[in-house]
Design a protein around this ligand. Structure first.
Ligand SMILES: [Zn+2]
Length: 109
């Protein structure tokens, strides 16, 4: 077994949990990552109301909910087997990098 190296890389499609704020503890799937701004858009989390003005197609106008960005420091990878946020590391297995939970060593990839 090789050493587990600390990693902070998240990927699109990862299940993450919110660490702070009013929605603390809620989980969702990463929809989009913006590494330059260090934010992520997570499905169903940090929704903001958007009022749409009436248009030709939609005469009455409507309210839509849209994900707004979350700082990467506010979210963490969620481990299904620990049922909690966890630190994770990278383990090299067969020359492939696998992200593993540092508590239960379950692989995320
Ligand atoms: Zn775990």
């Amino acid at each position: 077994m090789s050493d587990i190296v600390l990693s902070t890389s998240l990927k699109k499609g990862d299940k993450v949990v919110l660490l702070s704020g009013s929605e603390k503890g809620k989980t969702g799937e990463v929809l989009l990552l913006d590494r330059k701004r260090a934010v992520a858009y997570v499905k169903g989390l940090n929704l903001r109301k958007r009022h749409l003005k009436p248009t030709a197609q939609n005469r009455s106008g409507s309210i839509q909910y849209k994900e707004s960005p979350l700082f990467l420091s506010k979210i963490s990878l969620f481990c299904e087997s620990c049922r909690r946020a966890c630190r994770f590391g990278v383990q090299i297995v067969d020359a492939k990098k696998l992200r593993v939970c540092r508590r239960c060593t379950k692989s995320f990839d």
